[in-house]
Design a protein around this ligand. Structure first.
Ligand code: LLP
Length: 422
């Protein structure tokens, strides 16, 4: 459930009219709802109940400082994949001792930085990375907590680009290799073996792949226990899907309950790394219709947001619901089926296809479920300044990222020196 609702003909974000927000801050505009973020975070935290656990929000889904700060104030942990994400967490008031560091390509510099900040654990994805972390920890005079990310070889049943738990994917360590690596890790002086980690993909809408993966991980935990390797935590990754259209993903309560049943008898702290489930439906992208255009057999609504603002439809053919911000009927405006496209010079630049809308030039549209993997995946393609971001809190709205200026587009760039005349 989220706090984007209609009051009469107008869309509201909590108690703020979306039309007023667009008038104040301009478009394209990302609007987030603080109450929704908090509600979704608590849904995970409450679902875990008394079982020892940490909710480590996956920063990649939305890394705006105000979003991270909202979560930090709730006591959240964080799942990061780069030095930049860790620096953001710290800048936003997050506690590094509740941070897990995922990702297949951590550099020595990033590892040293994270050790210096005292993060909780590195999720290790290869033998080479394990020895690199050991080497850096020794050089820094520190002990690095580690868990191995295992690849259970299960099909998450999601888009191939966001599926990570199959053996042909670049992620994780096979269950067989994991045993010998755990043995090696326990003998490495710079490491403390803490846990095991498994993330099989994103936007999962069924429980079965999670449970299949868990069965395989628990079997591995049992084999490790026989070898006297005791783990203190199990990181189940992120991946719980959301409703973009008509999907019915499991509720965090049902998910946590199913995990708890399997975990009976194990003394393991649970770590969750949700990203999308917290943020997707806590945000919308507001855009204005510039032109309506009709070709031989298609109607286009050309809007001021584009694939550089929200790439999910172009990249994954992802469906995102698109609705009118104001629905009051008007003369001369009738329903039509539109492709909602941006101004970028690519046929792949669309936000939605075949959408029935009653719109005219100057109207506002809201792209729903845009709070996760929206702004964080945006770019300056076609030299378009990135959108502004606003956080709504009841009747108040706060600008949490200013719209980029034209001048900022070439920040850091240099002209060549003056040419030597021959
Ligand atoms: N943990 C790890 C190790 C991950 O790789 C991810 C996401 C998460 C947690 C969070 O997963 P979530 O709860 O958000 O499903 N850009 C794509 C999604 C990529 C997800 C990458 N990893 C999209 O827009 O659908």
């Amino acid at each position: 459930m989220d706090y984007f609702n209609r009051r009469g003909d107008s869309l509201y974000a909590e108690a703020c009219s979306v039309t007023s927000l667009a008038n104040t801050y301009g478009t394209p505009l990302y609007v987030y709802s603080r109450a929704t973020i908090e509600r979704h975070w608590h849904a995970f935290d409450n679902a875990a109940g008394d079982h020892p656990h940490m909710v480590c929000y996956a920063v990649k889904a939305n890394s705006n400082l105000a979003v991270l700060n909202t979560m930090a104030r709730l006591g959240s942990g964080f799942d990061i994949v780069s030095q930049g994400e860790l620096a953001r967490v710290i800048q936003a008031g997050g506690d590094p001792s509740k941070v897990v560091f995922s990702g297949v390509g951590k550099t020595s510099k990033e590892i040293a930085y994270a050790l210096g900040k005292g993060i909780y654990c590195f999720n290790v994805e290869s033998a080479a990375e394990l020895s690199r972390i050991n080497d850096v920890a020794i050089a820094e005079g520190k002990i690095a907590n580690i868990s191995l990310r295992v690849n259970p070889d299960v099909d998450a049943g999601t888009h191939p680009y966001i599926s990570t738990g199959l053996k042909e994917n670049k992620f994780g360590i096979s269950i067989d290799e994991a045993i010998s690596l755990y043995q090696k890790a326990t003998a490495m002086p710079g490491l403390a073996v803490k846990g095991i980690d498994c993330h099989i993909g994103s936007q999962l809408t069924e429980m079965a792949p999670f449970l299949d993966a868990l069965d395989r991980v628990l079997a591995l935990i049992d084999r490790l226990a026989e070898l006297d390797i005791q783990l203190s935590h199990l990181d189940v990754g992120g991946g719980l899907g959301v409703c973009y259209d008509d999907e019915q993903p499991p509720h965090p309560n049902d998910y946590a309950k199913a995990l708890a049943e399997k975990l009976e008898g194990y003394d393991l702290t649970l770590i969750y790394e949700p990203g999308r489930a917290i943020m997707a439906n806590a945000g919308i992208l507001v855009t204005e219709v510039e032109f309506l255009k009709t070709n031989e057999d298609r109607h286009f609504a050309i809007v001021d947001a584009a694939m550089n603002d929200l790439i999910r439809p172009s990249l994954y053919q992802a469906y995102q619901n698109i609705i009118e911000v104001e629905t009051a009927p008007r003369d001369q405006v009738s329903e039509q089926t539109y492709d909602i496209v941006g101004p970028i010079c690519e046929t792949g630049d669309f936000l939605g296809k075949d959408r029935k809308l009653s719109i005219t030039s100057g109207d506002l549209l809201a792209v729903r479920s845009a709070g996760a993997y929206g702004f964080t995946m945006s770019s300056n393609y076609n030299s378009r300044p990135r959108a502004a971001e606003v956080m709504v809190d009841g009747e108040q709205s706060h600008l949490i990222r200013a719209r980029e200026t034209i001048e900022s587009l070439w920040q850091g760039e240099q002209l060549l020196p003056a040419m030597n005349k021959k």
